[in-house]
Design a protein around this ligand. Structure first.
Ligand code: MLT
Length: 371
């Protein structure tokens, strides 16, 4: 989209189309929003007792230049993913968790806590023991939630410490294999002609797939039926089933393999340029929807009272993971890249989060978007 909450770091996109973005978002006021809360139990993990018992010793020395160094990590670390297993957030998390685990010398257990567009998981981590054994991977939804959920039980800028940014992933508009449209223009025509008979899959309010769908509906000035899932992993399963849902907008980290295999139809990629992993997929701009531009940035968080020594250990492990040859290669296969080293820091991450919250707030308020 013009003001581009996703690729907003790019000055050209951020500035030039500001007025157009406002217009689009104002049109979103008519969009019907459905709160989706598909909570999955966090489940117990072997790390839970260690996390609890470790809290007292880990938090106590936070002040202390004179205190002995914190022994960390001494037990497995849980990284909470706010969407279902098998989806793009899950994929990115598991890819970076492996080298982070090697660096830290401890197992990293990835847990999926899906629901309410990712806010359920963030709420759990906000109140978890601040001992470094509970970490959150979240994406652009961390910055939109304060504007979308008036009763959000946490403040992203207050209740967490940031570890560092991870990656920014383009999205793709994809359809089930037998869906009639074969190009973006045909998809637009089909949606305009069939409206609510067309079924669009998303992962709940504030999910990237939800935001992209709203941008699409605004751009084509038509509404479709939204079918909510607790992540785009299960949504993709249904898309592959070729009957329950017709299309969705999802990150390349979940769609590239399917697009290359020909198991879904690819209409467009939502980045300003074509992607090397998907060179035949036209950009939304090429396809006639220049305002539909969105990407999904990811970062790691811990509860706010986590000692700085632990934050530093996690940041160091993240930075190592983002230079890992396997991570770089897998990211490239899936259409994305690690952030530059200077972005995988708490400072850059906090700055990004703050800027994105400020960017989204007036847009969502002007659009009157509420759950
Ligand atoms: C997922 O991991 O399922 C997605 O990131 C959900 C979304 O934001 O669309």
């Amino acid at each position: 989209m013009g003001q581009n909450p996703s690729f907003a770091a790019r000055p050209a996109a951020a500035g030039a189309n500001r007025h157009r973005a406002r217009g689009l978002w104002a049109m979103l006021a008519v969009a019907a929003l459905i709160v989706v809360a598909c909570a999955a139990p966090a489940g117990g993990s072997p790390s839970a007792p260690a996390a609890t018992s470790g809290q007292a010793s880990a938090s106590a020395p936070a002040s202390a230049a004179s205190s002995p160094a914190i022994a960390y990590p001494e037990a497995p670390i849980r990284v909470i993913v706010p969407f279902a297993a098998g989806g793009p957030t899950d994929t990115v998390t598991r890819l970076v968790a492996e080298p982070m685990s090697a660096t830290l010398g401890q197992e990293i257990i990835v847990e999926n806590v899906a629901g309410a567009g990712g806010t359920l998981a963030a709420g759990q981590v906000a109140t978890a023991a601040a001992d470094g054994y509970t970490v959150l991977m979240h994406h652009i939804g961390m910055s939109t939630a304060p504007s979308l959920y008036p009763d959000l039980p946490y403040d992203p800028l207050v209740d967490f410490k940031t570890i560092g940014l991870v990656t920014e992933v383009p999205m793709t508009i994809v359809g089930r294999k037998s869906f009639a449209p074969t190009t973006l223009q045909e998809l637009v025509d089909h949606v305009k002609a069939n409206g609510m008979a067309v079924r669009y899959a998303n992962a709940g309010i504030g999910a990237a797939s939800h935001l992209c769908g709203l941008l699409f509906m605004t751009a084509v000035d038509a509404k479709v039926t939204e079918v909510p899932y607790d992540g785009t992993g299960p949504a993709m399963e249904d898309l592959l089933g070729d009957q329950d849902v017709d299309f969705m907008c999802d990150q390349t980290t979940n769609t590239t393999t399917q697009i290359k295999a020909g198991t879904v139809k690819a209409y467009a990629i939502t980045s300003p340029e074509r992607n090397e992993a998907l060179p035949d997929v036209p950009t939304t701009s090429e396809g006639g929807l220049p305002d539909l531009e969105i990407g999904v940035w990811h970062g790691l968080y811990v509860p706010k009272d986590t000692p700085d020594e632990i934050v530093q250990a996690l940041t160091g492990a993240l930075q190592g993971a983002l230079t890992d040859a396997n991570v770089i290669a897998k990211f490239a296969e899936l259409g994305t890249v690690p952030v530059p080293a200077d972005q995988a820091t708490p400072e850059a991450h906090t700055a990004k989060l703050q800027a994105q919250i400020e960017l989204w707030k007036p847009i969502i308020e002007a659009a009157g978007v509420t759950p």
